[in-house]
Design a protein around this ligand. Structure first.
Ligand code: ATP
Ligand code: MG
Length: 378
């Protein structure tokens, strides 16, 4: 029997645990013309949630398009990707995509082909000089509204990992986007990102181009009333019983991060399916040890890149938790030196997403890495 737990890439359909409340709320806002910034740490399930949401909105008759900003390495590429996805979002037949593109982007000499799966692809003549990017920018940024109007339907356009646009230098893309998008009446924009503080700044710093453009929504963990039954059904396929208590213990051991939960359950399945009739609490520790062993090469590389002081800070947090890291006692007990050196290391560890901060508490972004550090404490 195939392992029913999936981790690593986007999950959909039967593999997607409901998130009913989030889907309803986001659907309502976007269909109603509200723009949204969706923030969460890495691997909370943003992309899976977004793609499921778009499926549902399409079923309700809306047009949708999804741009993954990570795929672009220059502003020109991003514009091309945006034009391509928006056109494909409203039209699936290649010859029609070409006609639309010729109508709306005539100056950019659009060319349509097909990808290996038979979907239409679009290439535009965008030079990479700042001047030619500027020339196409205006046309591409106007495209979502024009297409939605032309079709007489509302369009929901998503930019995943939106904060990455700040890496494209020189062309004032962010400002130009805002000035176009704020005039769009038929498009709901959803900007998602996993570098939370960067995205939050884009939406809420007074001088930022996207200041107050949309509502900030923080995506939390999957509610345990939804996630535990989802896990129970899957374990049952291997004749494994999972009690609600052990289910909650799994969520806690995985810090409630959906990716970690699936990973841990995948490992529990590998160890227990066909050998037991239930998952016991003590199985969790064994499964984590298995994951830590698998990831050790990757953890070693990460550890190697850290400064000695950063490693010391991580050891201290693994040992004593990350609540009072600036208290005198904590600094002395762990020989961390000055307040300011701890501050510098913490800032860097947050930036590298080795640590995350919730409330006033610093914690490991990856609980399996915390375990690895703990196991190797002198
Ligand atoms: N609703 C869900 N039901 C079940 N598992 C989920 C769900 N959402 C996310 N996961 C788990 O988390 C993993 C990561 O999901 P996804 O790629 O959607 O997250 P993300 O927040 O976009 O991550 P990243 O920050 O890496 O872009 C999935 O492979 C799956 O194991
Ligand atoms: Mg993602």
């Amino acid at each position: 029997m195939q392992n029913p737990f999936r981790f690593g890439s986007v999950v959909s359909g039967d593999d997607f645990a409901d998130r009913r409340r989030e889907l309803a709320e986001l659907g309502r806002e976007l269909a109603g013309g509200q723009h949204v910034f969706l923030l969460s740490p890495r691997r909370y399930g943003k992309t899976s949630l977004i793609l499921t949401l778009l499926d549902r909105l399409r079923a309700q008759g809306l047009l949708t398009a999804y741009v993954d900003v990570f795929r672009a390495t220059t502003a020109a590429q991003l514009l091309e990707l945006m034009a391509q996805t928006v056109l494909r979002g409203v039209e699936s037949r290649p010859e029609r995509v070409l006609r639309l593109a010729a109508d709306l982007l005539g100056k950019l000499r659009p060319q349509v082909g097909t990808d290996p799966r038979g979907k239409p692809t679009l290439s535009l003549e965008i030079g990479h000089s700042p001047r030619s990017v500027l020339a196409v920018r205006e046309e591409v940024l106007a495209l979502p509204e024009e297409l939605a109007k032309k079709r007489g339907r509302r369009l929901v356009l998503v930019f995943d990992e939106f904060q990455e646009i700040q890496r494209f230098p020189g062309v004032g893309l962010e400002k130009a986007m805002r000035s176009h998008f704020q005039t769009h009446r038929h498009v709901g924009y959803l900007f998602a990102g996993s570098r939370e503080s960067a995205l939050r700044d884009m939406a809420s710093r007074e001088r930022a181009p996207f200041y107050k453009f949309g509502r900030l929504v923080a995506l939390g963990p999957i509610a345990s009333q939804e996630f535990v039954p989802f896990l129970q059904v899957r374990f049952k396929r291997g004749h494994l019983r999972l009690s609600a208590e052990v289910g909650d213990a799994i969520l806690a051991a995985a810090d409630d991060v959906p990716y970690n939960v699936q990973r841990l359950c995948h490992q529990l399945w590998v160890r227990r399916a066909g050998k037991a009739d239930r998952i016991a609490e003590r199985d969790i520790g064994d499964a984590i040890a298995g994951i830590v062993e698998q990831d050790a090469p990757h953890f070693n590389v990460g550890w190697d890149r850290l400064s000695l002081h950063q490693r010391q800070v991580l050891q201290a947090i693994a040992r004593s938790g990350g609540r009072n890291v600036f208290a005198g006692e904590f600094l002395t007990a762990h020989r961390l030196g000055s307040h300011s050196s701890v501050q510098t290391s913490l800032r860097q560890l947050l930036k590298e997403q080795v640590l995350a901060k919730t409330g006033g508490e610093y914690r490991f972004a990856d609980p399996f890495f915390r375990e690895w550090v703990t196991l190797r404490l002198p």
